[in-house]
Design a binder for this molecule. Sequence first.
Ligand code: ADP
Ligand code: ZN
Ligand code: MG
Length: 490
Amino acid sequence: MTTETRTKYETVIGLEVHIQLKTRSKMFCGCDREYFDAEPNTHVCPVCLGMPGTLPVINEEAVASTLLAGLALGCTLPAYAKFDRKNYPYPDLMKGYQISQFDQPFCLDGELEIEVDGVRRAVHLERIHLEEDTARLMHRDNGIETYSLMDVNRAGSPLMELVTKPDMHSAAEAGAFLRTLRQVMRYLRIADADMEKGGMRCDANVSLRPIGQAELGRKVEVKNMNSFRSVQRAIEFEIERQTRMLDANERIVQETRGYVDATGETVSQRSKEEASDYRYFPEPDLPPVHVSPDTIEALRARLPELPTARRARFESQYELSADEARHLTESRADGDAFEEAVRLAGSEHARPVAHWFAGEVARHLNGVGGEAELQDTKVTAQHIGDLVRLVAGNAITAATAKDVLDVAFETGELPEAIVDARGLRQVTDAGAIDEVAQKAIAANPKAVEDYRAGKQAAIGFLVGQVMREMKGRADANAAAETIRRHLDAS
Ligand code: ADP
Ligand code: ZN
Ligand code: MG
């Protein structure tokens, strides 16, 4: 793409995001919702199998989760909401219709603040509604014929659908939106929102319009992305494809396209003209839901401090850099651990605590891989708090502290216990340091010569020798002073 075409059109993106809620039971029956490792078709009952004559019952926890999400995202929560039937025939749809919400969803409007390249902006939402998930089809090929197997475990699981306004303008913004949304869902503890596991699924609507044109261009809806990366790649592919078409004066057809991960391309699935008419009508088996002011206030009291607010507070209260604050608020549990460690170490040590979290702790967590959090390891806030206190009180050196932390990650022992059991206390004994310093000077005439020639760095080298001899336990400042005193004296 040339710079000229890049600047000729504006990209417009709206996302439709499905998020599986982490409730105990399913949306309209008592079946256990947690089926991830279960045998197929073991978490089922007549209701979620869609048997005639069964009646759905609304899962209050799912409603509360949806309202909580609405509050966190600044939505309007209408006093009345209702469920509707969305009719379409598909093998994974047990009843021939899906219970969803049409014109009276739980949440309207709202926004989510994202940050791209250091610039923050709000992405506006259209609505959030609640519905039930479908069963899962698994397509098989045994070499003779192809066939499909069905697992009903997922059917009837609560699914929250969030629809944004056509309010994003680049693949990067869409990616940031999804990442931030996942973070908020996790802070609220209502969903894990893992795209790779199907816990968060996203359709991207993409259109282009000539810059300056008020009217939106004709959109294409892209499905089948199962990672943040694939959403961004699919959007980028669409931007290029639509740009080429518009440049060639071709008409963009409103259609649904599927993303093919192997090639990074999107392919046509069906045009909008063939789209089904869902014949929505109010679900006759469920009463409308009244959302009272009391309900809303009770939920508001459950709202945790959200990432953006927490980040700002960490920056001012603990005097952290923007990067440190962002790192420490990435997950709610890690932020909690940081604050607990600060409480234990003393608030005057907040910055060193932050450094340990951003440095050594992060290094260990990366080593574990994936998205490990402190709570997945044997190390707790107390370990970090104690460690920082030991270093600040000169009981151990920073070098020793790293080793202590390594042991703690292995065994879970507390720092004091590790230090005592292994005799790691810092040597501040001037006599002991003096002896080793003199030996280091005698063994390194070159460094001594360098120092006399004016190279201050030679001191650092000699301190390193003392540290090595004393297994990192010498008080580095004392060692440097001692060495300098000897060199300057002779
Ligand atoms: P549909 O009737 O095709 O479902 P909606 O108006 O309900 O379309 O919007 C569905 C999603 O598509 C929303 O996220 C919305 O923001 C987005 N959208 C609508 N029009 C456009 C457009 N012209 N370009 C990009 N996204 C759009
Ligand atoms: Zn069931
Ligand atoms: Mg729509």
